[in-house]
Design a protein around this ligand. Structure first.
Ligand code: ADP
Length: 633
């Protein structure tokens, strides 16, 4: 039983393949986590790093309270079950299960009790005297599971354990593994390429693609709120239907128009409050996503629906309990293509349909998904990153949604009309604007407040759900962006300062005490230089650098230091920098300085000019390998 924590974990194989990029996750004790994604996406590599079978290139892996990056697999208190059960053919089931315990020289009686108990849990008691070859695939996989559970590991790791089994057995074993998890009350991490397995077993699922985590969420949330087109298409069968199209807002409604088709539906604008207005101009392309079960051929649905489209039927697949109807929303299509207007509908099978029929279908508009055509990210993220608002700047005042705010000096700007981007985490609850609270929703641990400012929708993330009807809000001006004529006229202050550094070795002659006598001794110090300034690194940091870069390359690889404005201060010693100006953001001030060519921002209330020294708070400093963009510390 243990939590597992992965922080900025990377894997780069010696041949340069970046198999895992910046994997971050906190796995809670007793969770059943599934890593899923197509072949080669990095899921096995991640699991093998947790197991200790693969070195971690950078990052921190914790099991329980221990950092285990450099711990031998056998000391990690984990057990692993693979696709090929790798049982010893000459041993009985009993001996196979007992083998690991015997190696660890446990008393005979204890081994016996554990084997009998595991066999009982897995329902293989009657096979204990049999050899693996006398057993079916499912039974053998149970023996492999038995071998893992007798070790009573803190974490069970399973790498595609069911992929050698036939479909029926897989379904059965799926249920059994879920039951086993409930019984053992242990953290399970399970790798599969099969989304059905992931959806049926995981308490949370990590969807991966090309070494990058795409989304981490519960099965239900992945299905209902996919963050991007890849997740939307990967989860659910048949695959979500995707169409290209556009959105046009007119008053309080939005027309969703499908390309290469007459199909067009209208949805209330309230469904699209979270969308950037730029999507609603009738020109910007989006992908429209519709699941097969969200299209209905039922007569009563078609009669009552305002969102009916025409479909030309091509063929159907009877699956017994349901029928998949293949068609096209382009009436000119030949109906057999895999073209961009093809649609699959899940139907009860009661409808008599023939190829070439043109039928009506009702869309469940509230279940429509929309994705950006280029980035493929959802146009309607559950927790939006920004509020996008039309604005005007006049005489140093920012006007939006009927409100007017004096711009602080740091973001003063000439008169313009443009788009204001306020991050949802840049709305504070202590300003002068009065907003009405519409709702507060807890989404994956984040409180999303829907607010109304003079009748216009604003979203804010808040440390807690605020009670009451109205709230005072303000804006953190250092986080806003204003775009006009396609250019950013006001840019946010970077969240992290970055400047070049080097990892170096310094030798000093230190006075040390040996047997009561003082002696001069050569001592090696590892650390970082920024310009000419040396900072000694902690042993832990040095080890991380050596582990990630190797002893030879550690001193020659280009690195950068990352450090937020609140973790850099003006001091009487430190990094040599040039103070440029004191930026007043209203509630806070920051000193803009240059370290070489890099602009950095320092939390500071005093004006400085010319040369200053800056001291980073090393507890909060990150070290990044510049070329491969890997966060090492
Ligand atoms: P998955 O389990 O999702 O199928 P893997 O984690 O096995 O994917 O592999 C991720 C990527 O790393 C793939 O591109 C694969 O080719 C590569 N890879 C895996 N093992 C090695 C290795 N030992 N050396 C080099 N590249 C590897």
């Amino acid at each position: 039983m243990a939590d597992v924590s992965l922080k900025h974990v990377y894997k780069v194989y010696p041949n340069g393949t970046k198999a895992v990029n910046d994997f971050n996750m906190e796995i809670k004790d007793k969770e059943f986590i599934v890593f899923v994604g197509p072949s080669g996406c990095g899921k096995s590599t991640t699991l093998r790093m947790i197991a200790g079978l693969e070195d971690i290139s950078a990052g921190e892996l914790k099991i329980g309270d221990l950092i285990v990056n450099d711990m031998e697999p056998k000391d990690r208190d984990i057990a692993m079950v693979f696709q090929n059960y790798a049982l010893y053919p000459h041993m009985t089931v009993y001996e196979n299960i007992a083998f690991g315990l015997r190696l660890r020289k446990l008393p005979k009686e204890e081994i016996h009790n554990k084997v009998v108990e595991a066999a009982d849990i897995l329902g293989i008691t009657e096979y204990l005297d049999k050899k693996p070859k006398e057993m079916s695939g499912g039974q053998r996989q149970r023996v492999a599971l038995g071998r893992a559970i007798v070790r009573e590991p803190k974490v069970m790791l399973l790498d595609e354990p069911l992929s050698n089994l036939d479909a029926k057995l897989r379904t059965q074993m799926r249920a059994e593994i879920s039951k086993l998890h409930a019984k053992l009350q242990t953290t399970f991490i399970y790798v599969t390429h099969d989304q059905v397995e992931a959806m049926t077993m995981g308490t949370r699922i990590v969807v991966m693609k090309s070494g990058f985590v795409q989304q981490i969420d519960t099965p239900k949330n992945l299905y209902n709120y996919p963050a991007n087109k890849f997740v939307a298409g990967f989860i659910g069968t048949p695959q979500m239907n995707f169409f290209e199209g556009t959105l046009l807002k007119t008053g309080d409604s939005v027309t969703v128009k499908f390309d290469n088709s007459e199909a067009e539906i209208t949805v209330p604008y309230s469904m699209l409050y979270k969308a950037r207005p730029a999507y609603l101009d009738g020109k910007k392309k989006v992908y429209i996503g519709l699941r097969a079960e969200d299209v209905s051929l039922a007569e009563e649905d078609i009669k009552s629906s305002k969102s009916v489209i025409k479909i030309k039927v091509s063929h159907k697949e009877e699956l017994g309990s349901e029928t998949l109807i293949y068609g096209d929303i382009n009436m000119d299509s030949d109906g057999y293509g895999e073209g961009p207007t093809r649609i699959i509908i899940k139907d009860s099978g009661e409808h008599e349909l023939n190829a070439g029929d043109i039928i009506d279908a009702a869309l469940k508009v509230e279940r429509i998904h929309l994705f950006d055509k280029e980035t493929e990210e959802s146009v309607l993220p559950r927790v939006p990153e920004y509020n996008y608002i039309d604005c005007e700047i006049k005489d140093g005042k920012l006007k939006f949604f009927g409100a007017e705010l004096e711009l602080p000096n740091a973001v003063k700007c000439a008169d313009l009309k443009g788009e204001l981007l306020i991050p949802t985490d840049a709305i504070s609850f202590d300003g002068d604007l009065k907003a009405e609270i519409v709702s507060c929703e807890n989404i994956g641990g984040v409180n999303l407040l829907a607010l109304e400012l003079n009748g216009n929708r604003l979203y804010a993330v808040s440390p807690e759900c605020i009670e009451g009807k109205t709230v005072n809000i303000g804006i953190d001006f250092k986080k806003i962006t204003v775009i006009s004529d396609g250019q950013a006229k006001i840019s946010p202050m970077p969240e992290l300062n970055e400047f070049a550094c080097k990892f170096v070795k310094q030798k000093t002659k230190d006075t040390v005490e040996v047997n009561g006598k003082t002696k001069k001794k050569k001592v090696v110090h590892f650390g970082f230089t920024v310009g000419d300034t040396f900072f000694e690194a902690s042993d832990e940091t040095s080890q991380k650098i050596f582990a990630a870069l190797g002893i030879r390359d550690a001193f020659t690889t280009a690195l950068k230091m990352e450090c937020g404005a609140y973790h850099l201060s003006v001091a009487d010693h430190g990094i040599a920098a040039e103070a440029k100006e004191l930026l007043d953001y209203g509630t806070e001030k920051f000193l803009k300085c240059m370290i070489g060519d890099s602009a950095v921002y320092v939390k500071c209330d005093e004006e400085y000019n010319g040369s200053v020294c800056l001291l980073p708070d090393f507890e909060e400093v990150g070290i990044v390998e510049t070329e491969r963009d890997i966060k090492i510390v």
